[in-house]
Design a protein around this ligand. Structure first.
Ligand code: NDP
Length: 238
């Protein structure tokens, strides 16, 4: 089988970096994007061992010009080929303790800009390349959401701006699935993962979470489109 082509946002560290690592192990081609590639030391090291299958591309999800330059670069490298899997992973969290009455609205706008608008801009920019994919069953777009985006499972008043942004990202996923029936669009909750964002007391190692996510993403069919999933492949409640 020919290698598949992946694009990941926020691949400098954490979940995005682990995606790049495991996809390289599978023998596929990865466009690992980072907003400051020169500071992405682990990603640079991974590139050295990847034997040409990993391309590091500068991309800040909040800056449209950065996205259009990235699209052009990826298009040149693909020479008519498409992107089979796009992992819209870049995200930020301001504070776990943030209750609605405490929200700093400028901070909230920043969270929204990265976690929601960033995904929209990346989707709009890379859509022509996603639509060029030859993946049997259709290309896959994964919005990395969070359990915090589930309205039915909300248990406290914490992480409000972040939770609101991930609930919005979930709705974006559903709208994208309606707009593009030929693309499999999934909102993925990675679980509580040990990264800079998740912290050391998180439940899952990044290796475990990403391995589960990848298994269900690679197997995804049209029936999965517009669904909210967890890292082990099971469906989550919105
Ligand atoms: P990290 O904080 O470890 O990594 C976040 C990544 O996003 C970094 O690569 C960072 O780049 C990148 N990023 C942030 N802003 C931008 C931007 N404007 N443009 C491009 N890249 C950007 O977090 P995780 O790896 O844990 O999180 C990845 C995703 O998973 C996020 O969407 C998060 O919300 C989600 N998630 C994580 C959970 C967890 O427990 N860890 C739980 C649920 C969801 P840089 O190095 O330049 O800052």
């Amino acid at each position: 089988m020919p290698a598949s082509t992946w694009l990941i946002t926020g691949a400098s560290r954490g979940i995005g970096l682990e995606y790049a690592r495991q996809i390289i192990e599978k023998g596929d081609v990865v466009f690992a994007t980072a907003r400051t590639p020169e500071k992405a030391v682990e990603l640079q090291k991974l590139k050295e061992s990847a034997q040409g299958s990993l391309h590091i591309v500068q991309l800040d999800v909040c800056i449209p010009e950065s996205i259009s330059s990235a699209v052009k670069l990826v298009e040149d490298i693909l020479q008519g080929g498409g992107i089979d899997y796009l992992i819209s992973n870049a995200g930020i969290l301001n504070s776990h303790d943030e209750k609605p009455s405490m929200i700093d609205t400028l901070e909230m706008l920043d969270i929204f800009k990265t976690n929601v608008v960033g995904s929209v801009l990346v989707y709009q920019g890379f859509l022509p390349l996603i639509e060029r994919s030859n993946r049997p069953g259709g290309p896959v777009l994964v919005n990395i959401s969070s359990g915090s985006g589930s309205i039915t499972r909300a248990k406290n008043a914490d992480s409000t701006s972040y939770s609101v942004s991930k609930a919005a990202l979930n709705m974006l996923t559903v709208k994208q699935a309606f707009e593009k029936p030929n693309i499999i669009v999934i909102a993925m909750a990675p679980g509580w993962v040990k990264t800079e964002m998740g912290g050391a007391s998180a439940v899952f190692d990044v290796d475990f979470s990403v391995r589960g996510q990848l298994k269900s993403i690679v197997a995804a069919t049209r029936a999965d489109s517009g669904k909210y999933k967890v890292h082990n492949g099971s469906e989550y409640t919105w």
